[in-house]
Every structure is written in structure tokens, then in C-alpha cells.
Design a protein around this ligand. Structure first.
Ligand SMILES: NC(=O)c1ccc[n+]([C@@H]2O[C@H](COP(=O)([O-])OP(=O)(O)OC[C@H]3O[C@@H](n4cnc5c(N)ncnc54)[C@H](O)[C@@H]3O)[C@@H](O)[C@H]2O)c1
Length: 340
């Protein structure tokens, strides 16, 4: 008897074809169909993965009974329409980031999945990255650890999108990482951007985010920067943690150094002194694993065992709410705006 779950991938471009590869390698799943509007992309899938049914028609995929779950890896502006059709047809859905480009649409998908008892998961792949998980472990290890601020840089030359700006393309990764590390969502954001390539969309963005307890985050994104950087830095009272996704070794480094203030005892109430903490520099061992594969395994676990995804539709919606606030701030030249 075949116990494999049937999977379809809709959108087999640069990123989507990776899903075909990963689900094809997993014993729990069989990639039944691949769908793309572009026949050349289908040819590529057919060449690499013979046996997968190829179609340009989403409806054809959704009418098949042997497909349990669908991955939506089309451009961001199409996510809502395609994911909505998949859920309506009774399929579990793993949709790429950002879940939608409107919070109201994301909410709609969350409600639809819930009403139909289907799994809706978002491809916030960094939350399945062993390096990011290690950073979270470090922050959770000691109750005395207090995060002061975090910042990230996500720069490269391209790829340039034609449907969303660089902020919508790249910053959802960082917002999802910050929300995960802080177990929280920001209450305000401030963002500026620039259309340096003179196209219609911002190619560069600088975003500040205000979290609870005065924790601030900062994100710099650019697809017009010749230096490829994928870095997240967290500074706390007792350490500085660097996650560098471009590095093959020492992806996470922990500098056990920090500064904290403590109140000077009577009679000098209200005065503080600063205590510097100094320690080792550690590169913890990180299990070698492909984040996309871990994400796909989690998706399978969720829809086959009715478990709740780490990157559920609600967390995807929260990222989109931040992105919408970023748009509002951009329109006001960086004025701080409330997220909700
Ligand atoms: N998690 C990550 O690290 C990561 C990395 C890259 C891209 N992405 C996300 O993946 C998605 C796709 O990005 P990409 O780089 O592969 O883009 P892409 O342009 O290379 O591929 C998109 C594909 O979707 C097809 N398509 C468009 N509309 C369709 C429709 N209605 N039905 C069927 N096919 C359709 C296009 O023909 C194209 O082949 C985006 O949402 C992007 O944000 C995520």
C-alpha cells in the first residue's frame, strides 16, 4: 500500500523547483504534479524529475484527488489568489513568504484554513535554519539574559523582482527572525527607502522596529549592493551573537561580553554604575541540515498528524502587518507608525 502523501508545486521558478527536489527526495511524499504558467519552467522540471505530471493550469492540479497538499511558490502578488483556490479545493497549503501582500487577505486565508480544518503554513525558512535555532537557544539559556537590540543586513546584487520592492522581497525574512527570537511582534516601525536603480520600486531599505521593553531592531535590505551579506546580530546584557548565513563554518559566534547597569545603593539612589562582563568567544556546533528540507518535513508532520505549524498563517499575517506599516512609514519619509 502506498502511504505517501501526494504533493503538487505551483510556481516552479528559481525557488519553487527546490521544493520539487526536496519533496521528491523524501520518502513520505510523492510529487504528483508541477504547475507553472511558463512552459519552459515545466520542461526543466520534466527533465530533472521524470514522472511528475506537468501543467500550466492550476485548476487541473486542484481537481486531482491524489494531491493532499500544495506548495505555492509563485510571485508574492499572486499568493492570495492561488492559496485561496488551493484551500477552497480542500488542499493543505505551504505558501512562500510573504503569505500575501495585504493583511486582510492573509486573515482571510487563516480563517478559510481554520474553517476547513486544513494546514496553512508559510515558508519562513529561516525559522527552520539550525543556526537561527541555535541563536534562540542561547537567548533562552539564562533567565538573566536581556536583549538590548538586534540588527540584520540582507544585501546582494539582485535578484530584482518585478512585482514587489526590495523591502517586501527581503525584509519578511528578518521580521520573521526577529519576531521568533523575541517571541513578540513590533508595535511601531519607521522605514526609509530609495529607488537607486530608477525603477518603480525601492531597491534599498532601512527599517527600524520597536518591540516591547524598549528592544529595538534594525533591518537593512538591498538588491543593489555588490556585497552579499546575510547577517543577524543580537546584542544583550551578557553576550553578542552573530548569525552569518553566508559562512560555511562558524555560522554562529557568541561573544560572551556585555555591559549592564546596576543601581548604586543608598545614599545615591537613582544613580547607576556600569558593569562590564567579559568571557569567551564560542562557535557552537551546528548540525548540518538543509533548512528547506526541515521546513518541508515540518509541513508533512503538521498536515499528516494534525499538528500546528511553527510558521502558521497567523505568524505570516503578523509579518504582513509589519510590512504594511513599513509601506505607510515609507510614504511619510520614515515617520514612525503604529503596526496595527
Ligand atoms: N524562502 C526563501 O528563501 C525564498 C527564496 C526565493 C524566493 N522565495 C519566494 O518564492 C516565491 C517565488 O520566487 P522565485 O524566486 O522562485 O520567483 P520566479 O519568478 O523565479 O518563479 C515564479 C514562477 O511562478 C510562475 N507563476 C507565476 N504566476 C503563476 C500562476 N498563477 N500559476 C502558476 N505559475 C505561476 C512563473 O511562471 C515563475 O516560473 C516568491 O514568493 C519569493 O518571495 C523565497
Amino acid at each position: 500500500m502506498n502511504n505517501q502523501s501526494g504533493i503538487a508545486i505551483i510556481g516552479c521558478g528559481y525557488w519553487g523547483i527546490n521544493y520539487v527536489r526536496v519533496f521528491n527526495e523524501l520518502s513520505q511524499t510523492q510529487v504528483v504534479a508541477a504547475c507553472d504558467q511558463n512552459p519552459e519552467r515545466l520542461q526543466e522540471v520534466g527533465r530533472r524529475f521524470p514522472g511528475v505530471a506537468l501543467t500550466t493550469d492550476v485548476a487541473e492540479v486542484l481537481s486531482r484527488d491524489d494531491i493532499d497538499a500544495v506548495v505555492v511558490a509563485t510571485p508574492a502578488t499572486t499568493h492570495y489568489e492561488v492559496a485561496h483556490a488551493c484551500l477552497t479545493a480542500g488542499k493543505h497549503v505551504l505558501v512562500e513568504k510573504p503569505i500575501t501582500i495585504k493583511a486582510a487577505n492573509a486573515k482571510d486565508l487563516v480563517n478559510l484554513a481554520e474553517a476547513k480544518g486544513l494546514t496553512l503554513m508559510v515558508g519562513h525558512v529561516f525559522l527552520y535554519n539550525a543556526g537561527v535555532r541555535k541563536v534562540k537557544d542561547c537567548l533562552n539559556q539564562d533567565e538573566g539574559t536581556r536583549v538590548y537590540y538586534l540588527y540584520s543586513r540582507r544585501t546582494n546584487l539582485g535578484p530584482i523582482r518585478h512585482d514587489v520592492n526590495a523591502l517586501w522581497d527581503l525584509a519578511p525574512h528578518d521580521v520573521s527572525i526577529f519576531n521568533y527570537l523575541l517571541d513578540s511582534t513590533p508595535s511601531w516601525v519607521s522605514a526609509i527607502g530609495s529607488k537607486v536603480l530608477r525603477n518603480h520600486r525601492e531597491d534599498v531599505g532601512f527599517i527600524s522596529l520597536g518591540y516591547q521593553d524598549s528592544v529595538v531592531g534594525h533591518i537593512h535590505v538591498s538588491w543593489a549592493d555588490p556585497n552579499k551579506v546575510r547577517e543577524v546580530v543580537v546584542v544583550s546584557n551578557d553576550m553578542r551573537i552573530v548569525f552569518d548565513d553566508v559562512k560555511n563554518i562558524e555560522q554562529v559566534r557568541i561573544f560572551e561580553k556585555g555591559i549592564a547597569s546596576e543601581e548604586i545603593e543608598a545614599p545615591s539612589y537613582g544613580e547607576f554604575r556600569f558593569r562590564i562582563h567579559d568571557g569567551d568567544i564560542i562557535s557552537p556546533r551546528i548540525e548540518a541540515s538543509e533548512p528547506l528540507k526541515s521546513q518541508c518535513l515540518h509541513f508533512i508532520e503538521c498536515f499528516t498528524q494534525n499538528k500546528h505549524p511553527l510558521t502558521d498563517g497567523q505568524s505570516g499575517l503578523e509579518v504582513v502587518q509589519v510590512m504594511e506599516a513599513i509601506d505607510r512609514s515609507l510614504a511619510q519619509n520614515g515617520a514612525p507608525v503604529q503596526v496595527r
